[in-house]
Ligand binder design. Structure first.
Ligand code: AMP
Length: 401
């Protein structure tokens, strides 16, 4: 199958070609036709499958004709980064359609957003909190809405946005087409889907497994040796861009500083940064000025950079879901990627769940010439994050991992 079979308008096909897409991904093959028919959708798709274009393409096709200058599509996103990236996809594909989009999220001037909205846009990509601010102030009007997209619904639920989503839904009175995308389907999201979707078509694309193009390796290590191990791996491995995940903002900052001091081109992305700082970090990582980005889970979704060859979990993610989203940043659409995870004796439960999910025993790797028994230095080590559960052995037993 190719993109011609969808019969998109030439202005949209020009955008598809400009992005270099030739063959639609499975989620695109399955969702584009029913969306074009006006059906509601539940899209169970892991990140990196091409799901953004799967809804952006048919939306652009529908909005291309008919009225301009009023909000006809609302895409709700969990994070600012994902909202920005979705807008970028809309602009890249829809640049020649004359349709306008705006990203709406907190941490930046509301007045500026209001001015943009007044100029007239057809698509908004919004995070729930700031969207509600605009709705309550009357600076954003959803009375012409035709299509609602709830993207990464499970993530929004994890972030506690479900009450906000319900408030937003209460502001949309008219009949609309609704598309809900989620990597997983927890009970609350299923309930929401039943309430707001009308006879939906459900499309599943490997909902809970990482892309097959990603290989996985575990590196057992004591907490205080993680930074040394990280430096060693970065020095000895052929990498393109590398995304390093830590469990807390503080740890992201500390690891960044430690790598900077050793001369790595590194920046960080975590929730304490201003929107401008976050954007600068992402832009620098995307254009290759920084080869390494150290981030919290804020970056686990939505970062769409094809050159990420390695995801390194400096800290084990809190759940298998988080693991899938983190490693989904590499191995994007047919590129291969490597997921490296540092594990301590604290992490045995998540490893067990992960191996169960992947249905395989993950490879444990050790580096030759690395002193795994070196004592904790007095300065410069990153203090261990709080243990996830009480009553666990704190004595490192690497042999048990
Ligand atoms: P997503 O799952 O929407 O985050 O998309 C993941 C990556 O796949 C992005 O870099 C897209 O630009 C890319 N992509 C989406 N659709 C296609 C396609 N049909 N062919 C090649 N790359 C694609």
């Amino acid at each position: 199958m190719n993109f011609e079979s969808f019969n998109f308008h030439p202005s949209i096909m020009a955008g598809v070609r400009a992005l270099g897409y030739t063959i639609p991904t499975p989620i695109q093959v399955q969702t584009i036709p029913p969306i074009m028919q006006g059906r509601d959708i539940i899209g169970l798709a892991q990140t990196g499958t091409g799901k953004t274009a799967a809804f952006v393409l048919p939306i652009l096709e529908r909005l291309r004709s008919s009225p301009r200058g009023r909000i006809r599509t609302l895409i709700i996103s969990p994070t600012r980064e994902l909202a920005e990236q979705t807008c970028e996809v809309i602009n890249a594909i829809g640049g020649r359609t004359g349709l306008k989009s705006a990203a709406i999220y907190g941490g930046v001037s509301m007045e500026l957003q209001t001015r943009n909205l007044r100029n007239g846009v057809e698509i908004i990509v919004a995070c729930p909190g700031r969207l509600l601010d605009h709705l309550w102030k009357g600076t954003l009007n959803l009375s012409n809405l035709e299509i609602l997209v709830i993207d990464e619904a499970d993530r929004m639920f994890d972030m506690g946005f479900l009450p906000d989503i319900r408030k937003i839904l209460a502001c949309i009175m008219q009949k609309r087409q609704t598309l809900l995308f989620s990597a997983t389907m927890p009970d609350d999201i299923q309930r929401l889907a039943r309430q707001i979707l009308n006879d939906p078509v459900t499309v599943k694309v490997d909902p809970t497994l990482p892309a097959k193009t990603v290989s996985h390796a575990l590196y057992p290590v004591q907490q205080h040796l993680k930074t040394e191990l990280l430096k060693r791996i970065l020095n000895n491995t052929k990498t393109e861009s590398v995304l390093v995940f830590t469990r807390t903002k503080h740890r992201a900052e500390r690891v960044t500083q430690q790598l900077l001091r050793t001369g790595f081109k590194v920046t960080s992305l975590q929730g304490n940064l201003s929107q401008n700082q976050r954007q600068a970090a992402l832009d620098g990582f995307r254009n290759g000025s920084f080869k390494i980005l150290v981030a919290t889970d804020i970056a686990a979704r939505g970062i769409d950079i094809l050159s990420i060859s390695h995801v390194i979990n400096y800290d084990m993610p809190g759940s298998t879901d988080d693991y899938i989203h983190r490693v989904g940043r590499t191995g994007r659409v047919n590129k291969s990627g490597e997921a490296v995870t540092f594990v301590t004796s604290e992490d045995t439960d998540v490893i067990r769940d992960l191996e169960h999910l992947l249905n395989t025993k993950l490879e444990r790797r050790t580096l030759r010439d690395f002193d795994y028994t070196a004592p904790a230095p007095e300065r410069n080590s990153v203090p261990a994050p709080r243990p996830r559960q009480r009553g666990r052995a704190l004595v490192p037993r690497l042999d048990r991992i």
